[in-house]
Design a protein around this ligand. Structure first.
Ligand code: ADP
Ligand code: NA
Length: 334
């Protein structure tokens, strides 16, 4: 029996999208309001698995992501907010997990295939073992719940497999909980505004495909007005959206931002042409998002304060993770 503890991380790879916000950060803030311990991490070690952006950009991206978390409502007093590289227990535990996880498990990871591309021989070994480090991120805190988007479901299963195998192999009973994914709400997979079959991502070359949390009100509204859709008006009910991924995506975004169900959005807007629905969505998005960018700029003006917050978070995180690592080593006979 473990206390209910939430852990999640986001990579500081420059800029957060509406997908990261609705699929992850907005949920982080909601969980903070409940009576659970919440730990949120800027996973900077993960961010160098594909490319290293250079020292200055790396540091700036970490601070920018911390600022984004706070601007979205994360309270560093009520949650622990820190960056991964400051707590060595993550990588120490990851080594143990690299020795628990099997090659066959890693070979099944679809994100590695996506990110490595055609020439997997050229991918870093870090990208390949990324899921073991992610398991360590979560299990170093014996976290029981992990809010993520759909795309992380497979990695969470990997972490559960590691926890179960570790507990069995090292006679550890239920030392590591099997972390539960929290994949809920209307926007667990926000799609590109240019292509309803691709997920919205900060790595998409087209800036029109995504809304960035740093976009100003005019940019947010323009991107929604220009979002790709089919020529038909919205159907009367949800069922009519099944074969219409772009329309479905805009309805889901509306629902998540308004904190209502997609059914409720259809009850209000069903039958409308996009010339009416898009402006309604643009107004809602501007209302809910544009203050985040403003708040981020304010926070970014004081980098020393962000570093102080992250340093304090790292101390509190280490106070939980180090005893877990000690016990892990003890179980292995180290
Ligand atoms: P990215 O996928 O943009 O590179 P990360 O891998 O750091 O970013 O993901 C951070 C969090 O945001 C994860 O919980 C992930 O599931 C979520 N997320 C990313 N993109 C989307 C999306 N398009 N829709 C919903 N959630 C998403
Ligand atoms: Na991630």
């Amino acid at each position: 029996t473990h206390t209910q503890r939430v852990f999640s991380g986001v990579q500081p790879t420059g800029g957060l999208t509406l997908g990261n916000y609705l699929g992850a950060v907005k949920r982080f803030v909601e969980l903070q309001e409940r009576d659970w311990e919440t730990i949120y991490c800027v996973v900077d070690l993960h961010a160098v698995t594909v490319t290293w952006p250079g020292r200055e950009k790396m540091a700036a991206a970490t601070r920018e992501l911390a600022a984004a978390f706070i601007a979205c409502g994360l309270d560093p007093k009520r949650s622990i907010l820190f960056n991964q590289s400051q707590v060595p227990a993550h990588t120490q535990l990851a080594w143990v997990f690299n020795c628990v996880a099997r090659l066959g498990w890693a070979n099944r990871m679809t994100q590695f295939k996506d990110k490595a591309g055609k020439n997997a021989e050229k991918a870093s070994i870090g990208l390949y073992t990324y899921p073991a480090l992610m398991a360590a991120d979560i299990l170093a805190y014996q976290a029981t719940h992990v809010p993520v988007g759909e795309d992380q479901k497979q990695h969470l299963e990997f972490a559960r497999d590691i926890a179960a195998k570790f507990n069995l192999d090292f006679d550890a009973l239920d030392f590591f909980p099997l972390p539960e994914p929290l994949i809920e709400g209307a926007a667990t997979r926000v799609m590109s505004l240019r292509d309803g079959t691709k997920k919205m991502s900060k790595s998409d070359p087209s800036d029109m495909s995504r809304i960035n949390l740093t976009d100003d009100a005019d940019t947010i509204a323009r991107k929604i007005r220009k979002a790709k859709t089919d020529p038909e008006p919205l159907p009367e009910t949800l069922e009519g959206l099944e074969e219409r991924p772009e329309a479905r995506n805009l309805v889901n975004i509306y629902a998540a931002l308004a904190e209502v169900t997609p059914g409720a959005v259809m009850a209000e807007h069903g039958g409308q042409p996009f010339s009416a629905f898009k402006p309604a969505l643009a107004d809602l998005a501007v209302e809910k998002l544009s203050h985040i960018g403003t708040k981020m700029s304010e926070l970014m003006a004081d980098p020393a304060e962000i570093d102080r917050i992250l340093g304090d978070g790292a101390d509190r995180a280490a106070a939980i993770a180090e005893p877990v690592l000690d016990k892990t080593y003890e179980l292995l006979g180290f």
